[in-house]
Every structure is written in structure tokens, then in C-alpha cells.
Design a binder for this molecule. Structure first.
Ligand code: FO1
Length: 316
């Protein structure tokens, strides 16, 4: 019999925490990751893929656990010299992390696709699970704000998410081709479920759903599709999700996240502090499970991963 398969869909830091838990209970034959490329950008002449790198570094044990992005044991000589030369220093690239951007950019310039480059570089760092960029074609998140349209990293890092958001666009998504390995996992007879990690719905998950074919496949998926709430007690665990909800004029609640995905979700995982929202979410015609979802320790990550996989299996 084929090994049962699960597909996790993730953005950066919050999603990578659950991804690590999932990778610690499911082997590379059983689990693959779909990763957002809407945060990617060209910077200092290099191709930077923050969400891919956050996942690669997290799964390989290379991540800086303080920030959740970049490398541990980092040094900053490159940035110091760049600063001395009057270069652009708003985006922090550590010396170890730089090697990733340089090598990725070199391979892309040689004509390899992002999926192939990611597979090889992740493999070099000992990551056996498949990390599947949503597309090899560029998808670039742009944020509409009261200060005008901003490229994602300008909004997020340079401007520290300060401008109020009014909308988003995912430049290139409409003509981007879905990574064929994602289609293959979603169409596999062995697929037991799809898990949306606790990532920002607007800027981590929506850019992937904007790539033609992904949302349709999730809607048609015979296996259960479940999401883990990135909103707990009306707050985001990390990042600007709740700030964005307020600025967009939608309720800052876990049920709003469930509603955001109501066309394809079969199940929703809530934090226990939000158990009072269960009925409201069930009325969206999806099953609800509540548990402790705030991940501080490795045990939290594996514990949540186990609970989510059990939930998926019960729905299947
Ligand atoms: N996030 C920051 O807040 N400041 C930075 O200077 C920064 C640098 C950086 C370098 C490489 C990388 O892979 C990620 C980096 N991030 C930084 C995180 C990243 O830009 C965001 O967290 C994600 O794009 C949002 O998921």
C-alpha cells in the first residue's frame, strides 16, 4: 500500500513552527510543503526567498530561533561593510544567510527553476522533506496602503508594517503555473489531507491561492482540508495579521479566518481560548477542533502537529 500522504501549505515564521512539528512526526514520503513565494524579491542583485529560507532553515536546524528568520550563529560583516559603503541596509542579510541568496541566484541565472534549486539547496542542508515553491514563475505580493502601493518587503521590513493596509495584489499570479509536484500530491490517491499552517491569510496564503489551479484543487480535494488559526484570542501570535484585519474593517477573530477559507475548508483548528467561537465556525459547514495552539517549545510543535493530523484522519 502507498504511504499515506499529507500536504502542508505554509508561509514564513508561524507556519514553519507547525511545519517542524509535522516533519518530526511524518517522514519525507508522507509529508510535503507548499511554500509562499509572494514575499520573494530581488535585492542587491540577488533573489531572496524569505519563506522558503525560513522553512529550510527551520527544518535543517539552521534557523535563528530568536527572530524565526535567518541563520543561527550569524555574523554581520557584510552588512557592516555595505553600510560603510553607503549601500541599502534596511534588509538584514547575515554572512551565513548571504551564501544562500548568492548560490540560489547563481543557479537561477544558469536557468534552473526555483523548485529544482530549492530541492537541491535544502537537500544540501539535510532537509529530506519536499519543499515546493508554489510556482517557478514570479508571484510578487504588493500591499495597497494609505501611503500608496508598496512592494511586500518594503511594507513589511523597511516600513515595519506601519502604513495602514487597504488591499493587496499578487503581481504575476494570474499567469504563474502551479508547481506540477503540488498538483501531483493533491491528485495522489494516497493523499489523506491538506493542512493550512497558522500563517497570515492575506499575505502568506492568499498569494498561493491566487496561482491558477490551487484553489480549484483544494475545493475539489476528496481528502479533508483543514486550517490552523493564526489568530488566538483576537491577537496574532506573530506578525501583522490582526493589524491588517482591523485596517481592512473585518473582525479580528479566528472565525473570520475560517470564513476567509470557507469555500474549501472541511475543518478548522481553534485555540482552546476561542472555544466559544466553535458554533459560529461550525455554521460555516466545517468541523471544529480546539486545542492548545500556541507553540513555544518543540513539544508544543509536535503536540499540535499530532493533534492536527489526528483531526484530519478523523475527518477522512
Ligand atoms: N525580517 C525583518 O523583520 N527584518 C529583516 O531585516 C529581515 C531580513 C531577512 C533576511 C532574510 C530572510 O530570509 C528573511 C528576513 N526577514 C527579515 C524576515 C522576512 O522578510 C519576513 O518575516 C517574511 O517575509 C514574512 O513572512
Amino acid at each position: 500500500m502507498n504511504t499515506p500522504r499529507y500536504l502542508a501549505i505554509t508561509g514564513g515564521i508561524g507556519g514553519a513552527k507547525l511545519s517542524l512539528g509535522l516533519a518530526s512526526i511524518l517522514g519525507p514520503e508522507a509529508l510535503a510543503f507548499v511554500v509562499n513565494t509572494g514575499d520573494d524579491f530581488e535585492h542587491l542583485g540577488l533573489h531572496v526567498s524569505p519563506d522558503i529560507d525560513t522553512l529550510v532553515y527551520t527544518l535543517s536546524g539552521e534557523v535563528d530561533t530568536e527572530t524565526g528568520w535567518g541563520c543561527r550563529d550569524e555574523s554581520w560583516q557584510f552588512m557592516a561593510m555595505l553600510d560603510a559603503l553607503g549601500g541599502e541596509t534596511w534588509f538584514q542579510l547575515g554572512d551565513r544567510d548571504m551564501a544562500m541568496h548568492v548560490e540560489r541566484s547563481r543557479r537561477l541565472a544558469e536557468g534552473q527553476g526555483l523548485a529544482q534549486v530549492t530541492k537541491e539547496l535544502a537537500g544540501r542542508l539535510g532537509v529530506a522533506h519536499r519543499i515546493l515553491p508554489v510556482s517557478d514563475d514570479p508571484v510578487r505580493t504588493r500591499v495597497q496602503t494609505t501611503a500608496g502601493w508598496l512592494d511586500f518587503q518594503h511594507y513589511f521590513v523597511r516600513d515595519r508594517c506601519e502604513p495602514a493596509v487597504t488591499g493587496f495584489e499578487f503581481a504575476g499570479a494570474e499567469s504563474a503555473r502551479l508547481n506540477p509536484d503540488i498538483a501531483a500530491w493533491l491528485e495522489s490517491e494516497a493523499l489523506r489531507g491538506v493542512i493550512l499552517c497558522p500563517s497570515n491569510p492575506f499575505v502568506s496564503i492568499d498569494p498561493m491561492l491566487a496561482v491558477p489551479g490551487l484553489r480549484d484543487r483544494l475545493c475539489a480535494c476528496p481528502a479533508p482540508v483543514v486550517a490552523v488559526s493564526p489568530v488566538v484570542g483576537g491577537d496574532a501570535i506573530k506578525g501583522p495579521t490582526v493589524k491588517m484585519m482591523r485596517e481592512l474593517g473585518v473582525p479580528n477573530s479566528a472565525s473570520q479566518v475560517a470564513s476567509h477559507y470557507r469555500d474549501f475548508l472541511d475543518g478548522f483548528v481553534l485555540d482552546s481560548v476561542d472555544v466559544a467561537l466553535a458554533g459560529e465556525i461550525e455554521s460555516l459547514r466545517m468541523a471544529v477542533m480546539h486545542t492548545h495552539t500556541v507553540m513555544v517549545s518543540l513539544e508544543d510543535r509536535t503536540g499540535l502537529a499530532r493533534a492536527v493530523v489526528d483531526f484530519v484522519d478523523r475527518l477522512g
